[in-house]
Design a protein around this ligand. Structure first.
Ligand code: SAM
Length: 284
């Protein structure tokens, strides 16, 4: 059982005031209390942060993502991320993963960078309680159920913010980052999982993502961008099923398309991702 890792950067989602641990709870200066779950995380979703009773990825999606990522097929993505982050940060940096899922990338980052547990501050948050519960089993970090729309951290406190395959909210990201801080945005490129998409859909849309422009519109300065493309080892039937369950294709694909995908065996796929750095410039 993991112990909750407190950070003095935590802020009450209701009052934005500082929080302290007392009697198994996280308490803000204005008296709001949040229970520390026995798994070692805190749910800091405020009123209005939830648009459904069980927001974010479901228990099944989280389990599928955990299984699939454990197989190592996305390890090169984690390595590319670690290389990019290591060029950006000092040893005592604050790194936050927004929409951290079940914690795979934060764990890999800790391993790759050999982060001294006492030096860097690692914070992972996701709107899905299932994801955060799974993440607590990976590493000691400050794990939170929280929304990208209202990040419960002190404004200007994060050196490096990660958003992988997530739902960026650039205004909130800008507020959380410190001046000179960097957002690492990892998104799917045009050929990502193309072989699977060709099986799932009658036609493939080649739409250009507008996400970087949205970041620039929110005040970010576009930095270095790199693409990573490779072909995975042949995926087994179970891995294809997990991959489908962890992606939006689960909802978007037709029943027939999913039946075709269910027949696949030993099926390599292209991974095509873009790592985009976006900087928050210091004023002046
Ligand atoms: C495609 S998954 C990616 C998870 C993880 N970054 C990864 O790459 O393994 C997207 C994640 O965003 C979470 N999510 C959705 N809306 C969110 C929000 N408003 N705030 C925080 N997380 C959110 C989902 O629960 C899910 O875990």
């Amino acid at each position: 059982m993991m112990k909750f890792r407190y950070s003095e950067l935590l802020r009450c989602p209701l009052e934005q005031s500082a929080m302290q641990v007392k009697d198994g709870q996280l308490r803000c200066e204005k008296g709001h209390c949040f229970d520390i779950a026995r798994q070692g995380y805190v749910n800091l979703l405020g009123p209005g942060d939830k648009r459904s009773r069980d927001p974010g990825d479901s228990r099944d999606m989280v389990a599928a993502r955990r299984e699939f990522l454990q197989s190592g097929h996305y390890e090169p993505v984690a390595e590319a991320l670690a290389v990019s982050v290591s060029r950006l940060i000092g040893r005592d940096a604050v790194i936050a993963d927004a929409g951290c899922g079940e914690g795979y990338y934060l764990e890999k980052l800790q391993q790759h960078l050999d982060l001294d547990a006492g030096a860097a501050t690692l914070i992972g948050f996701d709107i899905s309680k299932w994801a955060v519960q799974a993440a607590t089993r990976r590493i000691q970090a400050t794990w939170l159920v929280a929304s990208n729309r209202r990040i419960p951290l002190a404004p200007g406190s994060v050196d490096c913010l990660l958003c992988l395959f997530g739902f960026p909210v650039f205004d909130a990201f800008m507020t959380a980052l410190q001046p000179g801080g960097t957002l690492l945005l990892v998104t799917a490129g045009p050929r990502h999982l193309i072989e699977l998409r060709e099986i799932l859909y009658p036609t493939i849309k080649h739409s250009e993502s507008a996400v970087v422009q949205q970041a620039v519109d929110a005040g970010f300065v576009q930095g270095h961008s790199s693409s990573l493309q490779y072909t995975t080892a042949p995926l087994r039937q179970r891995e294809i099923s997990d991959l489908l369950t962890m992606t939006p294709h689960l909802f978007r694909a037709s029943h027939e398309g999913k039946l075709r995908a269910a027949q696949l065996q030993n099926f390599p796929v292209t991974v095509d991702v873009r790592v985009q750095l976006l900087h928050k410039n210091p004023p002046g």
